[in-house]
Write a protein that binds this ligand. Structure first.
Ligand code: 5GP
Length: 321
């Protein structure tokens, strides 16, 4: 879920919520631990496959990750990619063993979706026509309005999900913010702070100035002058995500002049103590009021990822890498 703050901050929380959190020991846990027997057909470091005890057809096979999860959406990328690699291989073996040329790969999540064993698993079910598996497919019609709404919500969710893995959690300290008129937070362990607008000293909006985006989110663009070079730097708008796009070729540690790319004015100096011997700190504002209370504070040393996001005169997140 991601909640848009009206003052240029978006605070989102991950990970995704389960349908119903289930951690009870299942028959598949017991099969994996060897407590229950099964007819194993494949095993590697991450995946186990065995024959279903009540097959819908000869060769009906179950494929499970060794990573424990009740539902597909809870799996790590590592477990998911191992499953993705194993599934076609195991399917070929099912086809070879049974002679089938058609099959369904079925994956149920949640009781409503007919999941009976709450340990994520894939069914590979050979098909020969009117056999064990019945599928009722009550299709509707996709309207343009519904499609666009869903598409947009999904694209936003996917952008947030992919950026979550790029945030340097080790060096980011993000506060949970109390609910307020401008920022709302849902309860979850991980916070993502995204700048959706930011203003230079004359009120020019520096987010979305270029068409450069990070995981679908418009970049924060600054002008940097250093070592005889002068150019634009597009920063990821997600705090703790150190990605930047620029043509500048600067050495780590170079002292930079930070300017508004629209007006050319220098960014105002921030009133914070020096944390790096040669660093000075500058700020961009998060609201059109151009208040120090809602701002992003950045170091002027290239590669010195020290920054803070202030909201209502309080530190919302600190990145020190
Ligand atoms: P679900 O409805 O959860 O997607 O399917 C669970 C599947 O697990 C069913 O097809 C069921 O026959 C199979 N199953 C349940 N218990 C056992 C067991 O102890 N051993 C094996 N091999 N399969 C099982």
């Amino acid at each position: 879920m991601c909640l848009q703050g009206i003052r240029g901050l978006r605070v989102a929380h991950w990970p995704g919520r389960g349908i119903v959190r289930r951690m009870e020991t299942t028959v598949f846990d017991k099969i994996l631990s060897g407590e229950l027997p099964c007819y194993r057909v494949y095993e590697d470091e991450y995946v186990l496959a065995f024959l279903d005890i009540n097959p819908l057809a000869e060769g009906h096979t179950l494929v499970i990750p060794k990573e424990r999860a009740s539902y597909l959406h809870e799996l790590s990328d590592g477990a998911a990619s191992a499953l993705g690699k194993a599934l076609p291989r195991i399917t070929r073996a099912v086809m070879h063993a049974t002679g089938c040329t058609a099959y369904n790969v079925l994956q149920n999540n949640g009781a409503v979706a007919h999941q009976a064993v709450f340990y994520v698993h894939f069914h590979i079910i050979p098909r020969r026509g009117d056999d064990g598996l019945g599928v009722q497919w009550n299709a509707g019609t996709l309207t343009d309005a519904a499609a666009k709404k869903t598409q947009s919500l999904m694209q936003k969710a996917l952008a947030q999900a992919s950026v979550a893995g790029k945030i340097d959690r080790e060096h980011l300290h993000a506060e949970r913010v109390a609910s307020g008129s401008h920022i709302r937070v849902v309860d979850s362990p991980e916070v993502i702070v995204q700048l959706t607008q930011a203003f230079g000293p004359r009120g020019d909006n520096l987010v979305g100035l270029s068409d450069i985006a990070f995981d679908g989110a418009p970049a924060l663009t600054l002008r940097v002058v250093a070592d005889g070079q002068d150019g634009l730097v597009h920063l990821s708008p997600f705090h703790g995500d150190a990605r930047k796009i620029t043509d500048l070729q600067l050495e780590e540690g170079a002292k930079c002049q930070l300017l508004c790319p629209v007006s050319g004015d220098p960014l105002p100096r921030a009133q914070i103590s020096d944390e790096h011997a040669s660093a000075d700190y500058y700020e961009v504002y998060l609201t059109r009021k151009l208040s120090r209370g809602e701002s992003v504070i950045l170091s002027d040393i290239w590669g010195h990822h020290h920054s803070r996001v202030l909201d209502n005169f309080e530190v919302l997140s600190t990145f020190e890498a």
